[in-house]
Design a protein around this ligand. Structure first.
Ligand SMILES: O=C[C@H](O)COP(=O)(O)O
Length: 277
């Protein structure tokens, strides 16, 4: 992806961001602890929720399939942890009325946060009205009862300009957060895509948050995303109200880096996929 000189320098500056225990603790509070696997069950979700209040404090939210929202709601009721779920997920191909119905049902079941997939394939193919009508329908269904995070699926975009266009339109359609990825396609979250999305948030002047999700697995990587947000939106901008990590396998690494649990980096990591951004 070709970035402006400003964004490239923000990326260069964040490349070697220090990752320490304080940073790891900060990132735990920004985590949407996620399980979106095909074989999830009530037991898997209960086990996930049992990990949501950690020795260094609660995560921001637990993110599960909509059918498990009641289970998560029950398990988290005595905690400050929010229940997040996904709609129009992962392909982004449902129509606006189905997405609105899915959203209303999830909120009635107890969801506090809705992560909706932008019809990104249609957007990339040139459609502008239909994709944003889906986002607007979800916004209306969320009203002020739930936070709406719009998943752009940044790795599917062929260039930075089109991604910035989608980000701007999603903000105009009422996004509370822009989120990079479903985690179901490759490439998932990348720093160059995050830079474009954070810049769009900055340029909007609106109180829109950012969620990096998909493939983020270690504290050093989390530190780079936070440093990028600091560079583009300013130190102190990123808080659990404005910044999230969506991840299924980051919590243990953060806790280890914060001095709890096994040492970070002992496990094998898969290499990052080549190409795309
Ligand atoms: O929304 C979050 C993603 O689905 C999580 O992706 P991950 O399993 O690669 O961490």
């Amino acid at each position: 992806m070709k970035l402006s000189a400003d964004l490239q320098s923000a990326l260069d500056a964040s490349a070697n961001a220090p990752s320490d225990a304080d940073l790891a603790r900060r990132a735990v509070g920004m985590l949407d602890l996620t399980s979106l696997n095909g074989d999830d069950s009530d037991r898997v979700v209960q086990d996930l929720c049992a990990r949501a209040v950690t020795p260094v404090g609660p995560v921001a939210a637990v993110c599960v399939w909509a059918r498990f929202v009641p289970t998560a709601r029950k398990a988290l009721d005595d905690t400050p942890v929010k229940v997040a779920t996904v709609v129009n997920f992962p392909t982004g191909e449902a129509d606006a009325s189905s997405v609105a119905a899915e959203t209303r049902r999830a909120i009635a079941d107890g969801a506090n946060e809705i992560d909706v997939v932008l019809p990104y394939k249609a957007f990339i193919d040139g459609a502008r009205t239909q994709p944003m009508n889906v986002v607007k329908a979800c916004r209306e269904a969320c009203s002020d009862k739930a936070l709406m995070k719009v998943i752009l699926e940044s790795g599917a975009f062929p260039d930075a300009d089109l991604l910035a266009w989608a980000a701007r339109d999603a903000i105009a359609a009422g996004a509370d957060f822009l989120k990079t990825s479903t985690g179901k396609t490759q490439p998932a979250a990348t720093l160059p895509a995050a830079a474009v999305m954070l810049e769009s948030i900055y340029e909007s002047g609106k109180p829109v948050g950012f969620k990096a999700s998909g493939g983020i697995r270690d504290a050093a990587e989390a530190a780079r995303y936070l440093a990028l947000a600091d560079h583009i939106l300013g130190d102190g901008w990123a808080t659990p109200q404005t910044f999230r990590f969506g991840a299924s396998s980051l919590l243990d690494a953060l806790l280890a880096a914060a001095g709890h649990g096994e040492r970070e980096g002992e496990g094998e990591r898969e290499p990052a996929p080549a190409g795309g951004y």
